[in-house]
Design a protein around this ligand. Sequence first.
Ligand SMILES: Cc1cc2nc3c(=O)[nH]c(=O)nc-3n(C[C@H](O)[C@H](O)[C@H](O)COP(=O)(O)OP(=O)(O)OC[C@H]3O[C@@H](n4cnc5c(N)ncnc54)[C@H](O)[C@@H]3O)c2cc1C
Ligand code: FES
Length: 280
Amino acid sequence: MKTGFARVTENTRLYGDTYIMWLDSPELIQGATPGQFLMLRCADLLPGLDGAAELTGASIADDPLLGRAMSYHRIREGENGREFSILYDVVGRGTAWLARRDPGDRVYAWGPLGRGYSLPGQSGQNMLLVGGGIGIAPLLWLADEGVARGKSVVLIDGARDAKGVFPAELVPAEAEVVVTTQDGSVGRQGLVTDVFLDYYGWADQVFACGPNPMFAALSEVLTRHEGSQRARRRKPVQALLESAMGCGTGICYGCAIFDRRGNPRLVCKEGPRFELREIW
Ligand SMILES: Cc1cc2nc3c(=O)[nH]c(=O)nc-3n(C[C@H](O)[C@H](O)[C@H](O)COP(=O)(O)OP(=O)(O)OC[C@H]3O[C@@H](n4cnc5c(N)ncnc54)[C@H](O)[C@@H]3O)c2cc1C
Ligand code: FES
């Protein structure tokens, strides 16, 4: 894990209320894999430090104090080396602060953190990616990697309405995109779980990210499906979980959840990737 300032190279609204920010910091991307995340301090520099060359974590105002967790969304080659992006919805103070950043601004962060997706080896050719809402964020880098490794990728993108759908033209052309919206304004009307089984038989591995109700619904669909196909081999379903985080590094215990056996698990250190059946 590295800590430091990343320089904003681009920050724009991409669709609906969802923004993309590109950041220039080779250190913060070094060793990162799809599904990992970083923590960002969403607070201003202390007065008088705006133009300062040497900055540390102590150069930032302490309100809000806690960092905000964001998945690595994608990587690209920038003018000064590798850049990474975050894809984010504005839901509160921290993300509103992020949305106000301009190119050249600096953001203090630490990462890469957590256990990301485990990419399939030779045997796993067909990757089914399932994103609910902003859960699509980490799946794009995974889709990029899958396609680069010659895998077949299907991405199910579930949103409330057309405004929440990730732009299909930004998904690698080799991947198939299946859109569901709850109001039917684009794609198939319904939830990701309504189309999931159409692709599950084809998939060797499933990678999911979204809100907890989506995972609970996926688990229910799978339990019903497997019950009806008795001797069926269970396929891995890697679920990327969210939980309120204070530190991102295993210190504060703010992100603890209970797995289905009642054992406490730290989402930031043991996750955010869990096997779906460990939790639901
Ligand atoms: C591992 C991980 C990866 C994440 N990746 C992304 C991402 O790629 N893009 C993205 O937009 N968001 C992501 N999130 C969620 C993001 O961290 C929160 O939306 C953010 O912290 C909200 O900060 P805020 O100050 O704007 O809102 P706050 O004012 O702190 O909260 C606003 C609302 O968001 C809820 N909220 C706050 N933190 C979380 C959280 N961690 N999980 C769920 N709800 C929360 C609050 O309960 C409240 O209702 C991720 C969270 C985790 C744990
Ligand atoms: S966020 Fe602090 S222990 Fe997980």
